[in-house]
Design a protein around this ligand. Structure first.
Ligand code: FES
Length: 193
């Protein structure tokens, strides 16, 4: 992606926000502000461009490589733009056992995407991620910052339909033992239609 080198620095017009974030840490721990600074950029722009990486590195007296190193460790941060609705399927054991692979297959077929891709419209992107920390409500689908738990095929259909209308539904709060909305996760091919 070509970036304008003249892009206005992200924090140029946000001095109070920058100071508030830097002020959370002692001078000797200034580099601890890296993740919140990345997060502010990502939240606003949906990814962290090379220009923003350089800006943050400069603020924290780090190298761009060090910033990229942290970004690459966390699936949270994106070096390329993702869709307006970034669908992240947990691919770790509990979710796998509860049908995450089938969920991913269904999303791939329905959206015509493979993990790592964004559609031409920029609406949907798909990613496999590691444990989202909600293993008792597997399988888990995270859309942007929102968790959808015990997701079945009918839930995916309803979610995608809503997102095509630019609505992100409130998630049902589903916990083990009190799941009345979805019922137990069904194996591949036997899910709700
Ligand atoms: S294994 Fe999927 S949330 Fe933990």
């Amino acid at each position: 992606m070509i970036e304008l080198q003249t892009a206005r620095p992200f924090f140029e017009d946000k001095p109070e926000l920058l100071q508030e974030i830097l002020g959370r840490y002692p001078d000797y721990g200034r580099r601890s502000a890296l993740m919140p600074l990345l997060w502010e950029v990502q939240r606003a722009e949906r990814y962290v461009s090379e220009a923003r990486i350089a800006e943050i590195a400069d603020i924290l007296d780090l190298t761009a490589t060090e910033v990229r190193g942290v970004m690459s460790f966390y699936s949270t941060y994106h070096g390329e733009p993702v869709g307006r609705y970034h669908l992240q399927v947990c691919a770790t054991l509990s979710c796998k056992l509860a049908g995450a692979d089938q969920l991913t297959d269904y999303l791939e077929d329905t959206l015509g995407l493979v993990p790592g891709e964004t559609d031409a419209e920029g609406r949907f992107s798909l990613q496999k991620v590691e444990c989202l920390g909600s293993c008792t409500t597997a399988p888990v689908l995270q859309v942007n910052d929102t968790y959808y738990e015990r997701v079945g095929r009918a839930d995916v259909d309803a979610l995608l339909a809503a997102m095509k209308e630019d609505v992100l539904p409130e998630p049902a709060r589903v916990r083990a033992g009190d799941n009345e909305r979805y019922g137990p996760a069904a194996p591949a091919g036997e899910e709700d239609a």
